[in-house]
Design a protein around this ligand. Structure first.
Ligand code: PLP
Length: 374
C-alpha cells in the first residue's frame, strides 16, 4: 500500500501520448503547436475568450497585476485566507497588500469588508491599484457585489482562480468575474502540467500584452530590441501537451472529486462536532479539496487527526494559514480576520485526489472515523 497524498497528479494514457507526441515532434521549447492548442482548448472549456499559458499561477498573478496598472506604493485588496502566492505577487509589484477576512458562506472574501477596505484606503489617500479575489478550495467568491464595487470605482479586478478551474458562480465561469482570471497547474491542483499557469481575459489587448511580457518583451525586430521590462514566464510546449489531456479529462476529474466529498460527508458528517467546507448553491464548485472542520465537541484536535492519518501513510494538511498571521505580512493591515483564523485553527484538508481508488477512500475514512468517534 503506497502513501495516499492530498492531491497528487492524475495522469493517463491520454496525457502520456500527447506528451510523447510533443517530444517526438521535437517541440521541446516554450513555443509550439501544443502551447497554442492548449490556450485555445482551455479557453473554450473554461468559457473565456482569450488565454495565455504561463510558467505558473504565480507568474500569471504577477503579470496580471502589472498589466492591470498596479504601481509601486499602491494598496491592493487581497483576502487573508489564501495561499501566500496571492499576496506575494502584490509585493513583486512593490505594492502593499491590504487584507480582508472571509465570510462564512463561501470562506472567500467578505464583500462588505472589501468595500470597507476600499473606503478606508481612499480616506487615507491611498490609491487602490486592484482588488484580488480568490476562489478557495474550488469554490468561487461572492463576486456580484465585488464586481459592482470595482465597476463603480474603476478598480481592476483580478480573480485568483488558481484552485477553481471548472467552477462557476451565478452562471459565470471562475476567472471570468475578473478583468483578469488566473489559474494554476501546479502538481497538486485539480489539473496539472507539472507546473504551469494560465491568464485569461475578455480583452484581447490584455492577453497580448501578457504574452509579450512573458517572453522578455522582445520587440518585433530582427535584432534583440526591448522597450519595457520583460520576464521569462512562458509555459513550455511539452507541459502544454500534458495540459491538453487534462482539459479533455477535467469533467471526469471534477466528478470524481465531488464523489469523494459526498463519501466523506456521508461517513463523517454525523460524528460529534464535525462539519465541512460549505458549498454555496449559487455556484458550482470543483471540489478541489474537501476540508473537515473540527468543532469544540469533536473527539480529537486537527493535529491529532493529521497525525493519526500520517501514521498509516495518509497525507492531510491544515487549512491555509491566513496571511495576516504570517510573519512575512505582520505589518500589513487586515480588516477582520477572525473567520479565517478560526477556520485555520479547526480545518483539516483531507485527501481529495481524483486518482484515489475506492479502497484508498475507505482507508482514509476508516482511520478518520476511528479517531473522530473515540
Ligand atoms: C496554487 C495557488 C497559486 C499559485 O500557483 P502556482 O502555479 O503554484 O504558482 C496562487 N493562488 C492560489 C490560491 C493557489 O492555490
Amino acid at each position: 500500500m503506497g502513501r495516499i497524498y492530498l492531491s497528487p497528479p492524475h495522469m493517463t494514457d491520454v496525457e502520456r501520448s500527447l506528451l510523447l507526441g510533443a517530444f517526438d515532434a521535437n517541440w521541446v521549447a516554450p513555443v509550439g503547436p501544443d502551447l497554442d492548442a492548449f490556450e485555445r482548448e482551455f479557453a473554450a472549456r473554461q468559457g473565456v475568450p482569450h488565454a495565455v499559458a504561463l510558467s505558473s499561477g504565480s507568474a500569471a498573478l504577477h503579470l496580471g497585476l502589472l498589466v492591470a496598472g498596479v504601481q509601486a506604493g499602491d494598496a491592493v485588496i487581497v483576502p487573508t485566507f489564501t495561499f501566500a502566492a496571492t499576496a506575494n505577487s502584490v509585493r513583486y509589484c512593490n505594492a502593499d497588500p491590504v487584507f480582508v477576512d472571509s465570510e462564512r458562506a463561501t470562506w472567500n472574501a467578505d464583500p462588505a469588508l472589501v468595500a470597507a477596505a476600499v473606503e478606508d484606503c481612499q480616506r487615507r489617500g491611498r490609491r487602490v491599484g486592484a482588488i484580488v479575489t480568490v476562489d478557495l478550495y474550488g469554490q468561487c467568491a461572492d463576486h456580484a457585489p465585488i464586481r459592482a464595487l470595482c465597476d463603480a470605482h474603476g478598480i481592476p479586478l483580478i480573480e485568483d482562480a488558481a484552485e477553481a478551474v471548472g467552477a462557476t458562480w451565478a452562471g459565470r465561469p471562475a476567472g471570468a468575474w475578473g478583468d483578469i482570471g488566473v489559474f494554476s497547474f501546479n502538481g497538486n491542483k485539480i489539473m496539472t502540467t507539472g507546473g504551469g499557469g494560465m491568464l485569461t481575459s475578455a480583452d484581447p489587448a490584455i492577453v497580448d500584452r501578457v504574452r509579450h511580457l512573458s517572453t522578455q518583451a522582445r520587440e518585433p525586430a530582427l535584432h534583440y530590441e526591448h522597450k519595457v521590462l520583460g520576464f521569462n514566464y512562458r509555459l513550455s510546449n511539452p507541459l502544454a501537451a500534458i495540459g491538453r489531456g487534462q482539459v479533455q479529462r477535467l469533467s471526469e476529474m471534477i466528478d470524481r472529486r465531488s464523489t469523494i466529498r459526498d463519501r466523506y460527508l456521508a461517513a463523517l458528517g454525523e460524528l460529534p462536532g464535525i462539519s465541512f467546507n460549505p458549498i454555496d448553491d449559487r455556484g458550482t464548485a470543483n471540489h478541489w479539496l474537501t476540508v473537515v472542520v473540527l468543532g469544540d465537541n469533536s473527539a480529537c484536535s486537527p493535529t491529532e487527526l493529521i497525525t493519526a492519518l500520517d501514521s498509516v501513510d495518509i497525507e492531510a494538511r491544515p487549512a491555509w494559514k491566513p496571511m495576516h498571521l504570517q510573519p512575512l505580512y505582520a505589518d500589513a493591515p487586515c480588516h477582520g480576520g477572525e473567520v479565517a483564523a478560526d477556520i485555520f485553527s479547526r480545518g483539516v484538508c483531507l485527501p481529495s485526489g481524483s486518482s484515489m481508488t475506492d479502497d484508498d477512500l475507505e482507508r482514509v475514512i476508516n482511520t478518520a472515523q476511528s479517531v473522530l468517534s473515540a
